[in-house]
Design a protein around this ligand. Structure first.
Ligand code: ADP
Ligand code: MG
Length: 693
């Protein structure tokens, strides 16, 4: 790695001794580069800063002035008030902080303060600040470059004025060194963005607030670019390093399935299938994520892809997260394929020894062309004659690791299609799964009646029970879901169990009420789910364990208690459990609605579009929460990028990263040395994980 002044410890900067270096360390600032990237948290435009002479009673204003005098004043009621007189060229004003005498130790005569708050009348004009920052101390007060005052994230032992003083003394050098990190060539990446040193200049010393935003976008692009670059390299490792299978399409199976289907494919299904076929027929290995809302028809898409693999003489496997789902897939696929005379084998953990032996023989000999199963499919001892395609249903349930385990097997290089019914905004999907290509089913088959969603208070439970009664009387079934945040939350568990007793004895005494929660043994869970599927239970009291793993067309009511405690995406998954059959589905949210919760649940009530729900979820919860599980190390992967606002940058970053990876996979060319160095600096852990770079 080329050596840069930016790699030196902050202690070598002007005005930083060992003590301050320690204080910087506690803020996470170790090197000069860390300091350069310590960006302001707030910008105040001087045109919105009021000259002190013009402050009037009744205003709520921001002012900047120098402390002329100060002191603590006791009042008769025993309240101690810290007061200071601030002045600028236009005048003076008294500024008061009732009940904060300790400020006397923080603020000195001669300090320059930035204050925001109301101006009141009290022996003349007096400002009572909500916010105060010491922007400079001693020396000359800092003149803002141009007209913008910046405020940095500070700490107890590194107050604003110290940070500013250190920046002021070192800014020119820091900004000059920023060129060492520039990896963008003029004609190359990001033509529309400022250079790194320009961006950092604008961020630290903007002349207009828009410049700070333009600077942020450059740093955001850098983050997204390097994230996409790691993923582009992982994608290359998964798809290109070893050749994949070039599937051959004969239409021998695909055409008869088209003819036999009881419905027309939607436009989205047709489009997505084109994408999948193109991948499978190319020599590169497919690594694709298929996103589609519950009921968008992913299974049929998977089936066609599996037939393409089979036509060309290979085998195809579909992996489901639970045994019941695997059985359901196998049965449905078997029905659709019956006219074609093609069988679907089933491999789960509960096969008898002899059934298992027979199934494995079919896979090893190649007699079995299509197989559906659980993770039992990827265990030791399962050998395929020629596995050409793996479809992973509800891929998020398996986690990255199992997906990897499947891919790491050296004997097989199948194409991979991961499917997810958790719609997430395209930008988040690209950021999280940039190593995969993305296909989206954004259209539901026609003729669906959308699930009707209602929001009810606790005192309206009787009406909800009436709905359940009338649906059950009509021969349908209902879920009542309680929150269960973690397996160990005994309180929640009690709630479901207690409520089960109450519903069974007091509310629906003449109906069959069942209980299912996450702490049941696997076999018991399975038993209860099967009973519900068989219609032997009318009302199932349960937790989020049913989020995936059960598909009961006859269930028409989903009651969710404490709905305010669920995320919107989770509510959407639960709602997807009903309305799958002929009859109308109902989703009733019972909630204690404080104001915030009410708005959130209203958004959910009004839309049945999973992608819209997901965007709202991202907006409300913020990307940190959603992105959190993917983060490595202490620093957030995305400090500057905002996945909602910067989608255009993300698209460009992915395009550039993939183009670069295609042109110089190892980043071995001399002109890419800086990119390689930065990639290593930013993503050491991930690079180790993927073994690239
Ligand atoms: P999901 O995307 O949730 O896995 P499924 O594949 O289970 O959805 O499809 C839901 C239902 O819609 C199934 O009964 C399936 O047969 C049906 N279906 C799929 N595609 C179409 C279509 N194009 N037109 C009508 N019904 C369809
Ligand atoms: Mg499905």
């Amino acid at each position: 790695m080329t050596y840069s002044q930016l790699d030196r410890p902050v202690q070598f900067l002007k005005g930083v001794g060992p003590k301050r270096a320690d204080a910087f360390g506690r803020l996470g600032i170790v090197t000069a580069r860390d300091l350069l990237y310590h960006v302001p948290r707030r910008y105040d435009d001087a045109s919105t800063v009021e000259p002190i002479g013009r402050l009037e009673v009744g205003m709520d204003a921001t002012a900047i002035g120098r402390v002329r005098s100060k002191g603590v004043i006791p009042t008769r009621k025993g309240l101690r008030i810290f007061q200071a007189v601030l002045e600028d060229e236009t005048g003076m004003i008294t500024v008061a902080w009732p009940g904060q005498p300790w400020l006397d130790r923080k603020i000195r005569e001669g300090d320059t303060l930035l204050v925001t708050g109301p101006v009141r009348f009290f022996h003349g004009r007096q400002m009572q600040p909500r916010e105060v920052t010491v922007v400079s101390r001693g020396e000359e007060p800092t003149e803002p470059s141009g007209r913008i005052y910046v405020t940095y994230p500070a700490s107890e032992d590194l107050p604003q004025w110290v940070l500013r003083a250190v920046f002021d003394r070192n800014m020119d050098a820091l900004l000059a060194w920023a060129d060492d990190d520039e990896y963008v060539t003029r004609e190359g990446l990001a033509r529309r963005l400022p250079s790194l040193s320009q961006a950092l200049t604008w961020i630290h010393r903007p002349e207009r607030i828009e410049q700070a935003e333009q600077g942020r976008r450059r740093l955001a692009f850098d983050e997204l670019f390097f994230l996409q670059l790691v993923q582009a390299q992982a994608r290359r490792a998964a798809t290109e390093l070893d050749p994949g299978i070039e599937h051959v399409r004969t239409n021998e199976l695909i055409r008869p399935l088209h003819a036999a289907l009881p419905f027309e494919l939607t436009g989205a299904q047709t489009r997505v299938l084109r994408e999948i076929y193109a991948d499978m027929q190319s020599p590169a290995r497919m690594s694709r994520l298929l996103q589609g809302d519950v009921g968008s028809g992913k299974t049929v898409v998977a089936l066609f892809a599996m037939l393409l693999a089979a036509e060309g003489g290979h085998q195809a496997a579909l992996m489901a997260p639970t045994e019941i789902l695997a059985e359901q897939h196998a049965r449905r696929m078997g029905e659709l394929l019956a006219p074609l005379g093609v069988d679907v084998a089933l491999v789960t953990g509960s096969l008898s020894a002899s059934a298992r032996r027979a199934a494995l023989e079919g896979l090893a000999s190649g007699a079995t062309r299509l197989v559906v199963g659980t993770h039992a499919l990827i265990q030791e001892g399962v050998v395929f004659r020629s596995l050409g395609l793996v479809v992973v249903d509800e891929q998020h349930r398996f986690g990255v690791r199992q997906r990897m385990a499947l891919l790491e097997r050296k004997d097989v290089r199948p194409d991979v299609l991961a499917m997810s019914a958790t719609p997430i905004p395209r930008s988040l999907a690209m950021a999280l799964y940039g190593d995969l290509d993305l296909s989206v089913l954004d259209e539901l088959p026609p003729g669906r009646t959308p699930v009707e969603t209602e929001l009810r208070g606790r005192d309206e439970r009787e009406a909800v029970y009436d709905l359940v009664r009338s649906e059950v009387a009509a021969g349908r079934q209902a879920y009542v879901v309680y929150p269960l945040v973690g397996e160990s939350e005994k309180v929640d568990l009690l709630a479901a169990t207690d409520e089960y007793e109450r519903l069974k004895t007091d509310i629906f005494p003449d109906r069959r009420v069942g209980l299912l929660h996450g702490q049941f043994a696997a076999a018991t869970k399975d038993q209860v789910m099967r009973a519900f599927l068989a219609g032997e239970i009318d009302v199932l009291v349960t937790t989020t364990v049913i989020e995936v793993g059960i598909d009961v067309a006859n269930a028409s009511v989903m009651v969710i208690e404490h709905a305010e405690r669920f995320g919107l995406a989770q509510l959407h998954q639960l709602r997807g459990r009903v309305g799958r059959g002929e009859s109308r589905g109902y989703c009733v949210l019972i909630a204690d609605v404080g104001q915030g919760a009410f708005e959130r649940l209203e958004i959910f009530r009004k839309t049945t579009d999973g992608f819209e729900v997901a965007r709202a979820d991202l907006r409300i919860r913020g990307q940190g929460d959603l992105f959190g599980s993917q983060q490595h190390g202490k620093d957030p992967v995305l400090r500057f990028a905002d996945l909602m606002a910067d989608e255009d940058l993300l698209v460009e970053a992915q395009r550039e990263a993939r183009a670069l990876t295609a042109a110089d996979p190892e980043l071995a060319k001399p002109e890419n040395a800086r990119i390689l160095a930065q990639l290593r600096g930013r993503y050491r852990e991930r690079i180790e994980m993927y073994g690239v770079g």
